[in-house]
Design a protein around this ligand. Structure first.
Ligand code: EPZ
Length: 420
């Protein structure tokens, strides 16, 4: 079993290059099903989750080729065989469920294993299915599967009770080839939604308003193959901003879109960090100032992202005063709290609220990565803790961070992977 060892206390220095966004690449790869021509995604992050969805497409008889030149991923789905997708892969990564919208749109049929919940919550799909039904699909659930069928999808108006990222993406891809116009109200506004719409429009789709709460999709007859580079990973960039803060260091981050990180940057400024833009894709983060306690409520974009909640909690453990974090997106996203307490943090949980009282130091300990972002939070805490921190269950981390130890080592961290 692999583990990551981090030795603190360490200062960081230098610069880090951010990879393309996992949560952009996954829906874009799923959307290649809409067009039976070569589509190349450049700068593809080599991640466990990307490998899973590519394996799934290969199992559906698609051509998937990866070239180390520019990390080009070329996909051709012309020979796609719309049979039951491999249940274990769908169970392994719920984002594979994002192939349902494109499959329904192109073939009028899709049957997938119900995506499991995960550590952070039950992860329902009711809003996805509400959208498919509104577009005219028959939806049947039974024996652990969900099956959707439609002769031809017809545009409709859909209101999302919650601005679900995945539901917005699945309804978006299901409606680009539908007859007529679809309007998604209370749609998710995350930058990854805007990126997916930009990708689809580059292929010939007709989508307006993505990235805002109301998206209008005028159905088109067909799409054409293209080459596309997804946006940078704002959560990876935010993670490295916290790294500068928790080690009281200055680092330069290359590959950021400041607008996408507005909620994170504003909160970190409140906490005492200083930022200096360099060009239009880099930023210098100065985390040397004494940190101040802050209160955080995770919200759909443009609110503070839930995917940054565990990472900033690591920082607030060492910040003078009492900070309060309220997690409004997922019902069980505080599992990292017990791990941080093992390192000497002083945190109490009351339902969806965590009360963090800053301590003078953390000490290295054996801890677990309890989800993808919590794993990153353990690395951050380990950088600032006295002694050695051993992190297990690091498969979570490999799902969403490219070469994370190497990126931290290049910044001066003492971090390495062991096989035990
Ligand atoms: C996406 O998950 C991201 N994953 C998550 O990132 C991210 O945390 C989440 O959006 C929120 O920003 C990918 O993009 C692959 P949601 P998704 O549907 O689409 C409820 C990471 O660490 N809901 O917006 O599954 C649900 O219960 C991962 O990279 C319904 O009620 O998120 C949850 O409370 C973790 N019914 C809330 O919406 C539905 O049909 C947010 O879910 C769908 C969702």
């Amino acid at each position: 079993m692999e583990k990551i060892i981090v030795k603190g206390v360490k200062k960081l220095d230098g610069e880090v290059n951010i990879s393309c966004a996992k949560n952009s690449v996954l829906p874009i790869i799923a959307a290649t099903i809409l067009c039976p021509q070569d589509i190349t995604i450049t700068n593809t992050p080599i991640l466990e989750d990307v490998e899973v969805i590519c394996t799934l497409l290969s199992q559906l008889n698609c051509n998937v080729n990866f070239s180390k030149v520019n990390n080009d991923l070329t996909i051709n789905t012309s020979n796609l065989n719309p049979v039951d997708a491999s249940t274990d892969l769908i169970r392994k990564m719920r984002a594979s469920f994002l192939i349902m919208g494109p499959m329904l749109s192109r073939f009028g049929y899709c049957k997938l294993s119900l995506p499991g919940g995960c550590n952070i919550g039950s992860r329902p799909i009711d809003l996805h299915l509400k959208g498919f039904k509104a577009l005219g699909a028959d939806v049947n659930i039974g024996h652990g599967f969900v099956e959707v069928k439609a002769n031809k999808l017809t545009g409709n108006r859909i209101y999302l009770d919650f601005p679900s990222v995945g539901a917005t993406e699945n309804i978006l891809t299901a409606s680009v080839l539908a007859n007529g116009t679809t309007i998604i109200e209370n749609a998710a506004e995350e930058p990854e939604i805007e990126d997916l719409a930009k990708f689809l429009n580059s292929m010939g789709a007709n989508i307006e308003g993505a990235g805002r709460g109301k998206i209008t999709i005028h159905g088109v007859k067909e799409l054409k193959g293209i080459k596309y580079t997804p946006i940078y990973d704002r959560i990876e960039a935010g993670t490295f901003m916290i790294a500068a803060a928790i080690t009281n260091s200055i680092i330069k981050i290359n590959g950021i879109n400041e607008e996408h990180l507005r909620p994170v940057i504003e909160k970190l400024k409140e906490c005492g960090l200083k930022f200096e833009k360099v060009g239009n894709q880099s930023i210098i983060v100065d985390g040397r100032e004494k940190k101040k306690a802050v209160d955080i409520k995770t919200l759909p974009y443009p609110g503070f992202p839930t995917d940054m909640q565990s990472q900033i909690m690591s920082l607030l453990c060492l910040t003078n005063g009492i900070s309060i974090i309220t997690e409004t997106i997922f019902e069980n996203r505080f599992m990292h709290v017990t791990e941080l307490v093992r390192m000497g943090a002083n945190i109490k949980i009351d339902g969806r609220t965590a009360i963090i009282e800053g301590v003078s130091k953390l000490t290295g300990a054996k801890v677990k990565a309890t989800d993808l972002r919590a794993g990153a939070a353990m690395i951050l805490a380990g950088l600032a803790a006295e002694g050695e921190t051993e992190i297990s269950d690091i498969y979570h981390i490999d799902r969403g961070y490219v070469n994370i130890e190497e990126k931290f080592r290049n910044l001066g961290a003492e971090i390495y992977r062991i096989n035990v």
